[in-house]
Design a protein around this ligand. Sequence first.
Ligand SMILES: [Zn+2]
Length: 231
Amino acid sequence: MTVARQLYELQEVDLEIADEERRLGQAISRLGKNDVVVAAQEELDTEKNKLEELQKQQRALEREIDDLASKIKAGNDGLYGGRVKNPKELSNLQHEVELFKARGDRLETKDLELMEQVESVEAGVTELTDKLKQVSTEWQREQEQLGKEKMSLESSLNDLRQKRQELAAEFDPKTVTLYDGLRKNKGFAVARVEQGICRGCRISLPSSELQQVRGGNVIQCGSCNRILYLP
Ligand SMILES: [Zn+2]
Protein backbone atom coordinates (compact mmCIF):
# COMPACT_ATOMS: atom_id res chain seq x y z
CA MET A 1 0.00 0.00 0.00
CA THR A 2 1.33 3.43 -0.91
CA VAL A 3 1.86 6.08 1.75
CA ALA A 4 -0.68 8.30 -0.03
CA ARG A 5 -3.30 5.60 0.24
CA GLN A 6 -2.50 5.03 3.90
CA LEU A 7 -2.82 8.75 4.51
CA TYR A 8 -6.12 8.73 2.70
CA GLU A 9 -7.32 5.97 5.03
CA LEU A 10 -6.13 7.96 8.02
CA GLN A 11 -8.13 10.88 6.70
CA GLU A 12 -11.26 8.73 6.36
CA VAL A 13 -10.92 7.81 10.02
CA ASP A 14 -10.32 11.45 10.99
CA LEU A 15 -13.43 12.57 9.09
CA GLU A 16 -15.43 9.86 10.81
CA ILE A 17 -14.09 10.97 14.19
CA ALA A 18 -14.96 14.60 13.43
CA ASP A 19 -18.47 13.62 12.37
CA GLU A 20 -19.06 11.54 15.49
CA GLU A 21 -17.63 14.25 17.72
CA ARG A 22 -20.05 16.72 16.16
CA ARG A 23 -22.97 14.36 16.74
CA LEU A 24 -21.84 13.68 20.30
CA GLY A 25 -21.66 17.43 20.93
CA GLN A 26 -25.19 17.85 19.62
CA ALA A 27 -26.50 15.00 21.77
CA ILE A 28 -24.81 16.41 24.89
CA SER A 29 -26.16 19.91 24.29
CA ARG A 30 -29.69 18.55 23.93
CA LEU A 31 -29.46 16.34 27.02
CA GLY A 32 -31.20 17.92 29.98
CA LYS A 33 -32.41 20.82 27.85
CA ASN A 34 -36.16 21.03 28.36
CA ASP A 35 -37.14 24.41 26.84
CA VAL A 36 -40.13 22.92 25.06
CA VAL A 37 -41.54 21.41 28.25
CA VAL A 38 -40.95 24.64 30.19
CA ALA A 39 -42.65 26.66 27.43
CA ALA A 40 -45.68 24.33 27.42
CA GLN A 41 -45.90 24.54 31.23
CA GLU A 42 -45.75 28.35 31.11
CA GLU A 43 -48.43 28.46 28.45
CA LEU A 44 -50.67 26.28 30.62
CA ASP A 45 -49.98 28.36 33.75
CA THR A 46 -50.92 31.56 31.90
CA GLU A 47 -54.20 30.03 30.76
CA LYS A 48 -54.94 28.75 34.27
CA ASN A 49 -54.33 32.22 35.71
CA LYS A 50 -56.66 33.67 33.12
CA LEU A 51 -59.34 31.17 34.14
CA GLU A 52 -58.89 31.93 37.83
CA GLU A 53 -59.22 35.67 37.15
CA LEU A 54 -62.40 35.15 35.12
CA GLN A 55 -63.89 32.91 37.81
CA LYS A 56 -63.11 35.55 40.40
CA GLN A 57 -64.91 38.16 38.29
CA GLN A 58 -67.80 35.77 37.86
CA ARG A 59 -68.16 35.18 41.61
CA ALA A 60 -68.08 38.93 42.30
CA LEU A 61 -70.70 39.52 39.62
CA GLU A 62 -72.96 36.82 40.98
CA ARG A 63 -72.72 38.27 44.47
CA GLU A 64 -73.74 41.61 43.02
CA ILE A 65 -76.67 40.01 41.20
CA ASP A 66 -77.82 38.30 44.43
CA ASP A 67 -77.48 41.57 46.26
CA LEU A 68 -79.62 43.35 43.66
CA ALA A 69 -82.21 40.57 43.82
CA SER A 70 -82.52 41.14 47.59
CA LYS A 71 -82.88 44.86 47.03
CA ILE A 72 -85.57 44.29 44.38
CA LYS A 73 -87.39 41.95 46.74
CA ALA A 74 -87.22 44.45 49.57
CA GLY A 75 -88.46 47.17 47.20
CA ASN A 76 -91.37 45.03 46.03
CA ASP A 77 -92.23 44.20 49.64
CA GLY A 78 -92.35 47.93 50.28
CA LEU A 79 -94.45 48.57 47.18
CA TYR A 80 -96.99 45.81 47.66
CA GLY A 81 -96.76 45.14 51.38
CA GLY A 82 -98.85 48.12 52.33
CA ARG A 83 -96.19 49.51 54.64
CA VAL A 84 -95.45 52.50 52.41
CA LYS A 85 -98.51 54.62 51.81
CA ASN A 86 -97.24 58.05 50.82
CA PRO A 87 -97.71 58.41 46.99
CA LYS A 88 -94.46 60.32 46.52
CA GLU A 89 -92.58 57.75 48.54
CA LEU A 90 -94.25 54.95 46.57
CA SER A 91 -93.32 56.56 43.28
CA ASN A 92 -89.70 56.99 44.40
CA LEU A 93 -89.56 53.40 45.53
CA GLN A 94 -91.00 52.17 42.24
CA HIS A 95 -88.42 54.17 40.34
CA GLU A 96 -85.69 52.71 42.50
CA VAL A 97 -86.90 49.14 41.89
CA GLU A 98 -86.95 49.78 38.14
CA LEU A 99 -83.37 51.01 38.26
CA PHE A 100 -82.35 47.92 40.21
CA LYS A 101 -84.07 45.69 37.64
CA ALA A 102 -82.41 47.46 34.73
CA ARG A 103 -79.03 47.12 36.40
CA GLY A 104 -79.82 43.48 37.19
CA ASP A 105 -80.55 42.82 33.50
CA ARG A 106 -77.26 44.38 32.47
CA LEU A 107 -75.40 42.28 35.02
CA GLU A 108 -77.14 39.09 33.86
CA THR A 109 -76.01 39.81 30.30
CA LYS A 110 -72.48 40.41 31.52
CA ASP A 111 -72.65 37.17 33.51
CA LEU A 112 -73.62 35.25 30.38
CA GLU A 113 -70.70 36.77 28.51
CA LEU A 114 -68.35 35.85 31.33
CA MET A 115 -69.70 32.29 31.36
CA GLU A 116 -68.90 31.97 27.66
CA GLN A 117 -65.40 33.28 28.25
CA VAL A 118 -64.89 30.86 31.14
CA GLU A 119 -65.99 27.95 28.97
CA SER A 120 -63.61 28.93 26.21
CA VAL A 121 -60.67 29.35 28.60
CA GLU A 122 -61.55 26.05 30.30
CA ALA A 123 -61.33 24.36 26.90
CA GLY A 124 -57.96 26.06 26.44
CA VAL A 125 -56.73 24.72 29.78
CA THR A 126 -57.78 21.18 28.82
CA GLU A 127 -56.05 21.48 25.46
CA LEU A 128 -52.85 22.88 26.96
CA THR A 129 -52.83 20.20 29.67
CA ASP A 130 -52.94 17.55 26.96
CA LYS A 131 -50.24 19.36 25.04
CA LEU A 132 -47.97 19.52 28.09
CA LYS A 133 -48.49 15.81 28.69
CA GLN A 134 -47.64 15.02 25.09
CA VAL A 135 -44.59 17.28 25.03
CA SER A 136 -43.32 15.80 28.31
CA THR A 137 -43.71 12.25 27.04
CA GLU A 138 -41.89 13.12 23.83
CA TRP A 139 -39.16 14.85 25.78
CA GLN A 140 -38.73 11.83 28.03
CA ARG A 141 -38.46 9.54 25.04
CA GLU A 142 -36.01 11.88 23.32
CA GLN A 143 -33.84 12.11 26.42
CA GLU A 144 -33.66 8.33 26.69
CA GLN A 145 -32.73 8.12 23.03
CA LEU A 146 -30.09 10.84 23.41
CA GLY A 147 -28.62 9.03 26.40
CA LYS A 148 -28.29 5.86 24.36
CA GLU A 149 -26.89 7.77 21.39
CA LYS A 150 -24.32 9.45 23.62
CA MET A 151 -23.15 6.12 25.02
CA SER A 152 -22.94 4.50 21.61
CA LEU A 153 -21.05 7.47 20.13
CA GLU A 154 -18.60 7.52 23.02
CA SER A 155 -17.88 3.84 22.58
CA SER A 156 -17.53 4.15 18.81
CA LEU A 157 -15.26 7.19 19.20
CA ASN A 158 -13.03 5.22 21.56
CA ASP A 159 -12.62 2.56 18.89
CA LEU A 160 -11.99 5.12 16.16
CA ARG A 161 -9.38 7.00 18.20
CA GLN A 162 -7.64 3.71 18.93
CA LYS A 163 -7.66 2.88 15.23
CA ARG A 164 -6.37 6.35 14.40
CA GLN A 165 -3.50 5.94 16.80
CA GLU A 166 -2.54 2.64 15.23
CA LEU A 167 -2.72 4.05 11.72
CA ALA A 168 -0.76 7.18 12.60
CA ALA A 169 1.98 5.09 14.19
CA GLU A 170 2.80 3.61 10.80
CA PHE A 171 4.06 6.89 9.34
CA ASP A 172 7.31 8.66 9.93
CA PRO A 173 6.84 11.73 12.16
CA LYS A 174 7.55 14.15 9.29
CA THR A 175 4.64 12.79 7.26
CA VAL A 176 2.30 12.98 10.24
CA THR A 177 3.33 16.60 10.88
CA LEU A 178 2.71 17.47 7.23
CA TYR A 179 -0.66 15.73 7.30
CA ASP A 180 -1.79 17.31 10.58
CA GLY A 181 -0.69 20.78 9.45
CA LEU A 182 -2.62 20.51 6.19
CA ARG A 183 -5.66 19.15 7.96
CA LYS A 184 -5.62 22.08 10.35
CA ASN A 185 -5.26 24.68 7.59
CA LYS A 186 -7.38 23.18 4.86
CA GLY A 187 -9.98 21.06 6.62
CA PHE A 188 -8.69 17.95 4.89
CA ALA A 189 -5.15 17.05 3.92
CA VAL A 190 -5.44 14.39 1.25
CA ALA A 191 -7.09 15.08 -2.10
CA ARG A 192 -8.15 12.40 -4.55
CA VAL A 193 -6.99 12.71 -8.09
CA GLU A 194 -9.74 12.01 -10.61
CA GLN A 195 -9.26 12.31 -14.36
CA GLY A 196 -6.05 14.21 -13.80
CA ILE A 197 -7.78 16.77 -11.60
CA CYS A 198 -7.04 17.45 -7.92
CA ARG A 199 -10.39 17.14 -6.16
CA GLY A 200 -9.16 19.45 -3.44
CA CYS A 201 -8.95 22.51 -5.67
CA ARG A 202 -10.31 21.21 -9.01
CA ILE A 203 -7.19 22.18 -10.91
CA SER A 204 -5.70 19.99 -13.63
CA LEU A 205 -2.41 18.56 -12.58
CA PRO A 206 0.62 18.85 -14.84
CA SER A 207 1.66 15.51 -16.29
CA SER A 208 4.95 15.57 -14.39
CA GLU A 209 3.07 15.78 -11.11
CA LEU A 210 0.66 13.06 -12.20
CA GLN A 211 3.62 10.88 -13.07
CA GLN A 212 5.01 11.23 -9.58
CA VAL A 213 1.61 10.59 -7.98
CA ARG A 214 1.35 7.38 -9.99
CA GLY A 215 4.68 6.37 -8.53
CA GLY A 216 2.99 6.34 -5.10
CA ASN A 217 5.12 9.04 -3.56
CA VAL A 218 3.87 11.69 -1.15
CA ILE A 219 3.32 14.52 -3.64
CA GLN A 220 1.57 17.76 -2.79
CA CYS A 221 -0.71 19.57 -5.22
CA GLY A 222 1.16 22.55 -6.68
CA SER A 223 -1.97 24.63 -6.30
CA CYS A 224 -3.62 23.75 -2.97
CA ASN A 225 -0.72 21.94 -1.32
CA ARG A 226 -2.81 18.92 -0.38
CA ILE A 227 -1.28 15.46 -0.53
CA LEU A 228 -2.45 13.83 -3.75
CA TYR A 229 -3.91 10.35 -3.77
CA LEU A 230 -4.70 8.43 -6.92
CA PRO A 231 -7.30 5.75 -6.10
ZN1 LIG B 1 -5.13 20.83 -5.33
